[in-house]
Ligand binder design. Structure first.
Ligand SMILES: Cc1ncc(COP(=O)(O)O)c(C=O)c1O
Length: 397
């Protein structure tokens, strides 16, 4: 694929389109003139099939309450089977208006106030919010950083669960921001511990379609030949895969009958929302016809990653870029050049970039940044050049 041509033809100017990433810089960073590489969405247009399906519906012009037709289930189930070997039926599936909302719903449905919920930082910051904003007790088991490659210390994980009488584990699989695609063995060990201590697992699999270099994503549903289904609540969506986050539509997958009854009762108690019409139309088309588009986007992401890694290796060898196993987010350790305290300010005020600061994901991750690679290569080049130039200048002083 010609990357430059792909970017030219598929990336769009988003400033001025009411975009969280580009148009709320002043609100979030206090500075409207930064290059944004935060928020996990893309500058890339969604697949042509998605746009055509949406336009057809817009032309119809009636946007009343909607239902989900057979074609949606066929499309989504075929994708799950083909790419992840997961067999689903309708009874296992519920719709929601976003994975983050479903994290809150799961915490509320299955735990009580003051119950402990465990997460493994550095991790996507709404995980913290879903526990703290619902009055639950936050338990953190930090991942081990082995020279940029992150693993879970299972002994510590089990001890934290037992010591805090943990009721729920929120797993990020693949793991944002450290890009791990957990192996079946790792997942099996986590789930065995959870099963042993009566801990439910909420598995956020929203990044499942972004894996690279033979690294295989294993859905929690398949671990141990499916033997952990009675403790699993799986969350996924087409929104990351096909850049549809603004259409707020996502999935909740529950295999266990009792867990599903509890979930349904909770949703009933808060008054369930209808499905999002445009979300349904877009996701159905994407899962049916989006394969080639996704392959191209992954090639672009990998290209951007390899460029970044090589530039840093040549110009600033003490920058540590975490191996890209999953997601389209890269986790960068700048502590070889910057102190933890100065990094976020340096990246924003000196390099003129809006990135997710490490400390958003863990109180131990000062000195790290997360960069979104699913963008026009020229944005990644600007960011990398700026970091290199400014760190070199700083080094001279
Ligand atoms: C791990 C993870 N979960 C959930 C979300 C957001 O999901 P949604 O937009 O469906 O609420 C993100 C977005 O970055 C994410 O990285």
């Amino acid at each position: 694929m010609n990357i430059e041509k792909f970017c030219r033809e598929n990336c769009r100017e988003r400033r001025g389109t009411g975009t969280l990433k580009w148009d709320s810089l002043h609100e979030i960073f206090g500075d409207p003139d930064l290059l944004p590489l935060w928020v996990a969405d893309m500058e890339i247009q969604s697949p042509a099939a998605v746009r055509e399906a949406l336009m057809k519906r817009v032309d119809h012009g009636v946007f009343g309450y909607s239902t989900v037709g057979d074609a949606y289930f066929d499309s989504f189930f075929a994708w799950q089977k083909k790419y992840h070997n997961v067999e689903l039926t309708r009874e296992h599936l519920r719709f929601a208006t976003g994975v983050v909302g479903s994290l809150y719903a799961a915490v509320r449905a299955y735990t009580r106030e003051e119950d402990s919920v465990i997460i493994c930082p550095p991790v996507y910051y709404p995980f913290y919010d879903s526990i703290l904003n619902t009055g639950r007790k936050l338990v953190t088991c930090e991942l081990d950083n082995n020279n940029g490659y992150y693993t879970l210390d299972f002994e510590k994980f089990e001890k934290d669960i037992v010591d805090n009488k943990v009721k729920m584990f929120i797993l990020c699989s693949p793991h944002n921001p450290v890009s791990r695609v957990w192996s079946e063995e790792e997942l099996d060990t986590m789930f065995r511990i959870c099963h042993k201590h009566g801990v439910l697992v909420v598995s956020d699999e929203i990044h499942q379609d972004f894996t690279y270099d033979e690294k295989k994503f294993i859905s929690s549903a398949l671990v141990g030949d499916g033997k952990y289904k009675d403790i699993l609540i799986i969350l996924n969506a087409g929104s990351k895969t096909f850049n549809l986050a603004g259409l707020i539509h996502s999935h909740v997958i529950i295999f266990d009958k009792q867990l599903m009854e509890t979930y349904d009762a909770y949703i009933k108690s808060i008054g369930s929302a209808e499905v999002n019409l445009m979300g349904i139309i877009a996701v159905e088309a994407a899962f049916r016809d989006g394969e080639e588009w996704l392959e191209n986007v992954k090639e672009l992401i990998l290209h951007n990653y390899n460029y970044m890694k090589q530039e840093f290796a040549e110009e600033l060898p003490k920058v540590l870029v975490t191996p890209l196993e999953g997601t389209y987010l890269t986790w960068i350790d700048l502590r070889g050049y910057l102190t933890g305290e100065e990094t976020a300010v340096f990246i924003q005020d000196t390099c003129r970039l809006a990135c997710d600061a490490g400390e958003w994901f863990s109180h131990m991750a000062h000195g790290f940044i997360r960069i979104n690679l699913a963008t026009d290569t020229k944005n990644v080049v600007t960011a990398v050049e700026s970091i290199i130039r400014n760190i070199k200048e700083k080094e001279k002083k």
